[in-house]
Design a binder for this molecule. Structure first.
Ligand code: GDP
Length: 295
């Protein structure tokens, strides 16, 4: 594990052999390598800076354990810190005391929001939680059709009112319908734009105020790397998120966005999308992601 980083640390740690403490003088090269590893995993620069500073604080003055190579010990410190920042363990989806649990999906267009809505419904179905999906993207008829098609494919009902009704109204009626039919969880798919815009945020905020969701999940495309931090910051500040779904982790990415999302918002990533198929959703595990980010 972490062979690449270990190899790169080799030179940095030659200096440390024979010493009994990790110190300011001998740690700088190693910290530089960590910084490089995180940046090449596409972690946001500000997030990297804070992370490296935290690792430095933890590592400084740590006793070198007899029989353990100092570079291995240092990598363990980095790994533990990564796991800790990403939340230690998996945080499951909330469950409301009184059904239905309401989940609001948020995010930019193309990130995989609609797909993630269906993936989540299918996943919850496997836990015997019945779902209703609500289509509120009235700006793109194709988005409603896409959700309806996915619903048919996985045999989960979709509530839609076409494109002539206000999205806030659709969301409210969808929740009312979920209550009437006694489903466990209602997942509201919302409109995304190519870029963050004020109108989209205002609409999301309005839906949130009206349906009072138990979860607001930001769908983040892992391939966007550094951008994930800005996106998360904006959505969290303006809407308030309770968690995230990191999609497209099957792509060629080391998943640095995961670290950014958690550090910027303080909210956990709950699931990861690992493919286009509707079954391709997995719970998020910080330890696995830490290994992936370190390479
Ligand atoms: P939305 O605009 O945010 O609702 O995005 P969609 O759900 O329509 O997804 C956009 C594209 O990304 C589609 O082609 C999906 O098949 C694809 N997609 C979604 N999630 C994943 C994923 O986890 N991995 C991969 N490889 N593709 C995904």
């Amino acid at each position: 594990m972490f062979d690449a980083l270990a190899e790169r640390l080799e030179d940095a740690w030659k200096k440390l052999r024979g010493q009994d403490k990790i110190s300011q003088a001998n740690i700088q090269d190693a910290l530089k390598e960590v910084r490089r590893a995180l940046l090449s995993a596409d972690v946001n620069l500000q997030v990297v800076k804070k992370f490296v500073a935290d690792v430095e604080t933890t590592a400084m003055g740590a006793d070198v354990i007899a029989g353990v190579r100092p570079d291995q010990q240092f990598i363990k410190i980095v790994y533990d810190e990564l796991v800790q920042v990403m939340g230690e363990s998996n945080v499951p989806l909330a469950k409301a005391d009184t059904s239905p649990t309401i989940v609001l999906m948020a995010g930019l267009q193309g990130t995989g929001k609609t797909t993630a809505t269906a993936k989540l419904a299918l996943h919850l179905g496997k836990e015997n939680r019945s779902c209703l999906m609500v289509a509120t993207d009235v700006y793109r008829p194709a988005a409603i059709d896409q959700l309806v098609t996915l619903g048919e494919q996985i045999n989960i009902p979709v509530f839609e009112m076409g494109t002539d009704t206000n999205p806030v109204e659709i969301a409210c009626q969808g929740v009312a319908h979920a209550k009437e039919t006694g489903v466990d969880t209602v997942i509201i798919d919302t409109a995304g734009r190519l870029q963050i815009d004020a109108e989209m945020m205002a609409e999301l905020a309005q839906i949130k105020d009206n349906v009072k969701p138990d979860e607001v999940l930001l769908v983040v495309d892992a391939m966007t790397g550094q951008e994930a931090a800005t996106l998360t910051h904006t959505f969290n500040q303006q809407i308030g998120i309770t968690g995230a779904i990191l999609t497209k982790l099957d792509g060629d990415t080391r998943g640095g966005a995961a670290l950014s999302v958690r550090q910027v918002s303080g909210q956990p990533i709950k699931f990861v999308g690992v493919g286009e198929k509707v079954e391709a959703l997995q719970p998020f595990y910080p330890d696995r992601m830490a290994s992936r980010i370190l390479g």
